[in-house]
Design a protein around this ligand. Structure first.
Ligand code: NAP
Length: 494
């Protein structure tokens, strides 16, 4: 039987996959399927539902530019509301019927003769498609630490991406490993009812206060009746977030004062929350603010002042069936081990599936043997008719929806040209890709990542070769302009 064929295949039904689907529909392509390994849509906002989950970008900004949501109940909305937003958008744009849930994609290879992508699914099924999109997110492959003895632990082990909604912390003796953005939200929640909580910190994180606001019924009605009002609030929240990244981080050479001011704010926050200088010292990062994504919380620091909450910053020697032996030789007896250990970004996610392009070029190998690179954060030479939405130099600022905005504009321009020429394939040229990589490398020269003290941050912004190739070093406006106006000669069309 011939493999089932679609005009386009999108891998992943998170916000990137939904956005790509909406853009395909706008371009008149209805024959597409979204392949999703989970049993529901929403990507990270479906997978993550640990207590305390909320977005750390104001939700006026954390939404599609074309789809403001008047229903947000607060400035920093909860995970549940964001998942609901994903559902609402998918339904409004009739995306859901295109999704095949519980479908693992193993890999895709370019069939040169047929000028098609052959997509292999778990279970042996094959599909074919003319256009392939991977919308697999940046933080989608959970990281489980390889700590000696962890497999022998006899209590409950839970990774934050696999949270059981009926988990009750009451009375438990819990250890949590990790102090990233997830842990910063989860730790205060666990501390509420746990009998004992030990936090294993390898690298302290910068934490600044969170200025949150409730959107009461009147504001929500206003947003609903006069959408311009919400757009005005968005303009402000967009500007604040863009300013933070575009100056202090990306133009660090000229604006390092802003960075120092942010670090001072975090210092003040620590000072106001914790009396014990030794505890404050242990929670103080020794790398620059911004090397790693900073976090926002009003309760994280104060949680460590509770008598039943302990900070263990000396390291882990091994895990035993009933507890953790610490590097200082002491043992913490626990019944529950929470892994807030984040994601494998560079190892498992670039790319998330095996992708083999023209002349057998293996994307993952090529990135590792040369450098991590992607023209406009989406295209690579030797990979025709393929857009990799989670690529090196794709992520814009602190807000994923900015990334989606320029990627949708890029799709519009690129596919418009394919149609105009009645072409079968498009492919970025090696020269355009090389020029783009040089430009990104040069732009990063002004950034905190090059000029700052980031060595001890263990930040996922840096790839294993030590290059900060995750963020696209430019403003959203610039990225959208480029995506809408790039020279069409940067691609070949056949
Ligand atoms: P993360 O930032 O990568 O943090 C993982 C934590 O686990 C780090 O503290 C890491 O320590 C620790 N860890 C990993 N392996 C370890 C080991 N073998 N031994 C000891 N410690 C270990 O992951 P995350 O907290 O899940 O957050 C990831 C990203 O998700 C965030 O940066 C943010 O972009 C996003 N996020 C957003 C929100 C939101 O919008 N509200 C919420 C949660 C997450 P090291 O630092 O030493 O490696």
């Amino acid at each position: 039987m011939a493999p089932r064929h679609h005009e386009a295949i999108i891998v992943g039904a998170g916000f990137a996959g939904i956005g790509a689907a909406i853009q395909l529909k706008r371009m008149g392509i209805e024959d597409f399927v979204i392949l999703e390994r989970e049993d529901d849509l929403g990507g990270t906002w479906y997978v993550n539902h640990y207590p305390g989950l909320a977005v750390d970008v104001p939700t006026t900004t954390y939404s599609y530019f074309f789809e403001p949501n008047p229903n947000w109940s607060r400035l920093f909305s909860t995970g549940t509301e964001i998942k609901q937003y994903a559902d609402d958008v998918a339904d409004k744009y009739d995306v859901r019927r295109h999704i095949r849930f519980n479908t693992d994609v193993e890999g895709a290879h370019w069939d040169e003769e047929a000028a098609l992508w052959r997509v292999a699914l778990g279970g042996g099924q094959q599909l074919s498609t003319r256009f392939l999109f991977t919308a697999t997110g940046f933080l989608s492959q959970p990281h489980t630490p390889d700590i000696p003895g962890i497999g022998d632990f006899e209590g409950t082990v839970v990774h934050t991406t696999d949270w059981a909604d009926d988990f009750v912390a009451d009375g438990r003796r819990i250890a949590i490993i990790g102090t990233g953005a997830t842990a910063v939200q989860l730790i205060p929640e666990l501390a509420r009812t746990a009998a004992d909580l030990t936090v294993y910190q390898r690298t302290p994180i910068w934490v600044v206060p969170k200025v949150d606001l409730k959107f009461g019924p009147r504001i929500r009605t206003l947003f609903d009746r006069i959408p311009l009002t919400q757009r005005a609030v968005r303009a402000v929240t967009d500007a604040i977030y863009a300013f933070m990244v575009d100056t202090a981080v990306l133009k660090h050479r000229y604006f390092r004062r802003f960075n120092i001011a942010a670090a001072d704010l975090a210092k003040l926050h620590r000072f106001a929350s914790i009396r014990d200088p030794e505890l404050r010292r242990k929670l103080t990062p020794d790398y620059d603010f911004g090397c790693k994504r900073p976090t926002f919380s009003n309760s994280y620091y104060r949680t460590f002042t509770k008598p039943h909450v302990h900070l263990q910053a000396d390291g882990i020697e091994r895990v035993e069936p009933d507890g953790i032996v610490n590097a200082d030789g002491s043992k913490t007896v626990i019944d529950t081990l929470v892994l807030a250990t984040g994601f494998d970004l560079w190892e498992a996610n670039f790319p998330a599936i095996e992708v083999i392009g023209r002349e057998g070029r293996n994307l993952g190998k090529w990135w590792r043997e040369t450098r991590f690179q992607a023209y406009q954060g989406v295209s690579m030479p030797y990979f025709p008719n393929y857009l990799s939405l989670a690529s090196p130099y794709a992520f814009l600022g602190l807000n994923f929806f900015n990334t989606m905005e320029y990627q949708m504009h890029l799709m519009d321009r690129l596919f418009g040209e394919v149609r105009r020429r009645n072409a079968t394939t498009f492919e970025v040229t090696e020269q355009a890709n090389a020029r783009y990589l040089d430009r990104m490398t040069e732009a990063l020269g002004d950034s905190l990542f090059t000029l700052g003290n980031c060595a001890s941050a263990r930040s996922y912004y840096f790839n294993p070769a030590g290059e900060a190739t995750l963020l696209r070093p430019m403003t959203t406006r610039r990225a959208v302009t480029e995506a809408s106006q790039f020279p069409l000669s940067d691609y070949t069309f056949a």
